[in-house]
Design a protein around this ligand. Structure first.
Ligand code: NAD
Ligand code: DAU
Length: 350
């Protein structure tokens, strides 16, 4: 029996990781620790909430004592740390939340693990989930590798870069058995509709404008979330201590071409005449410091651990659209209340 602490398990990627671990490893005790911020939603885990190997703990990672208490209460063998403030636009309007959760929260977990794991550390693992945004912005060519120098440019990416540095510092200084992965943009079910793809699907469904920042020429490398969750499982079990692994889809799209592709799928699914959804595309003021291009070289992970993405983007996007259209209630629940206020201040008043 192993006890695995997964932080941020009620969020988008975390819920896929928790579900995967609960189902695949019945002999593991999976603890999902989450503060349930606006982005955390236990409805994301409805299907597994009664499984005997699953437990939810409502805690805030910025609470150092709380983290120590969790490590005292449970005999934790491994941590998969996903809890974070994750949205770049929110980091521009409210950076401090990102400093507290992403930096201080990560250090609290590192400290709690260090204090509790005094012996047999070769059996333990602290896995920190990070982002390709720490590497900064690419021009038209090149890819981020694990040795690309850090050059974060938003409060979000700077806070993630900072936490990555601290995780590595605990490896070198205290011999804490850490591993890190840096992944590109994820898409799929259960993503909060502040992010480009679910926001656009929801707006198209409701005949609302699709806000595209600048000219829509920024490029992202998209990966299906279940492929990321599979990579996390693999790295958690087989990655080498102290190492970093890049994870990416090898799947670059400009925002505008991605949204046009999405519009075609939505017209077909909603039985609307071709070209209807594209008319909703609206170019709005650009994001401050908007990174031009991200592209990940994931050859190390492919070569050393045998991972590769499983889905073609067009298939993954279609699957994603089907999920959001079939789960209107989920979307309606999270877009009522505070979401409206966020949307107003982010888009209407810009
Ligand atoms: P998300 O915003 O959907 O979920 C974050 C989760 O963390 C939520 O459940 C939230 O309640 C929880 N949380 C936030 N602050 C907390 C706190 N102080 N204490 C405890 N829990 C807290 O995020 P996501 O998109 O699923 O991203 C998960 C992780 O993966 C993040 O670390 C992010 O940086 C990283 N990542 C995301 C992507 C992406 O495309 N979404 C890509 C690469 C890496
Ligand atoms: O690269 C990994 C990162 O991907 C993760 O670390 C972040 O947590 C995750 O949020 C994501 O960051 P992005 O900023 O790339 O994702 P977002 O969905 O916010 O935006 C994708 C692109 O679309 C980006 O170029 C900005 C643009 N965009 C976004 C929104 C929300 C728009 O044009 N309009 C929008 O309304």
């Amino acid at each position: 029996m192993k006890t695995i602490l997964i932080t941020g398990g009620a969020g988008f990627i975390g819920s896929h990781v928790v579900r995967g671990f609960v189902k695949k490893y019945p002999h593991y005790h999976i603890i999902n620790l989450d503060k349930l911020t606006y982005a955390g939603n236990l409805a994301n885990l409805k299907d597994i909430e009664n499984e005997p190997n699953y437990e939810f703990v409502k805690e805030d990672i910025t609470d150092a004592e709380g983290m120590n208490a969790v490590f005292q209460k449970y005999s934790i063998d491994g941590v998969i740390h996903l809890a974070a403030e994750s949205h770049v636009d929110r980091s521009i309007s409210n950076p401090m939340e990102f400093i507290f959760t992403n930096i201080v929260g990560t250090v609290n977990l590192l400290n709690a693990a260090r204090l509790s794991w005094k012996e047999n550390t070769e059996q333990k693992r602290f896995y920190h989930i990070s982002t390709d945004e720490v590497y900064g912005s690419l021009g038209e060519t090149g890819h981020f590798t694990e040795t690309t120098a850090y050059d974060p440019r938003s409060p979000y990416s700077a806070s993630k870069a900072s936490s990555d540095h601290l995780v590595r510092a605990y490896f070198h200084t205290y011999k804490l058995p850490v591993v890190i992965s840096n992944c590109s943009n994820n898409y799929g079910s259960f993503q909060f509709p502040e992010k480009l793809i679910p926001l656009s699907i929801n707006n198209i469904r409701n005949n609302k404008p699709i806000p595209i920042y600048g000219k829509g020429e920024n490029i992202r490398d998209w990966l299906f979330v279940e492929d990321h969750a599979r990579a996390i499982d693999l790295i958690f079990h087989e990655g080498k201590s102290g190492e970093t692994y890049n994870i990416g889809g090898n799947n670059e799209w400009t925002n505008i071409s991605l949204i046009r592709e999405l519009c075609k799928i939505m017209d077909r699914k909603l039985n609307r005449p071709k070209g209807t959804s594209e008319q909703l595309i609206t170019f709005v003021k650009d994001r401050a410091g908007h990174d031009l291009r991200y592209a990940i070289d994931s050859s190390k992970l492919q070569r050393e651990l045998g991972w590769k993405p499983s889905l073609q983007f067009e298939d993954g996007l279609e699957k994603t659209v089907d999920w959001y259209l079939a789960n209107e209630k989920w979307m309606n629940n999270i877009t009522s209340g505070d979401y409206q206020k966020y949307y107003e201040s982010q888009y209407v008043k810009r």
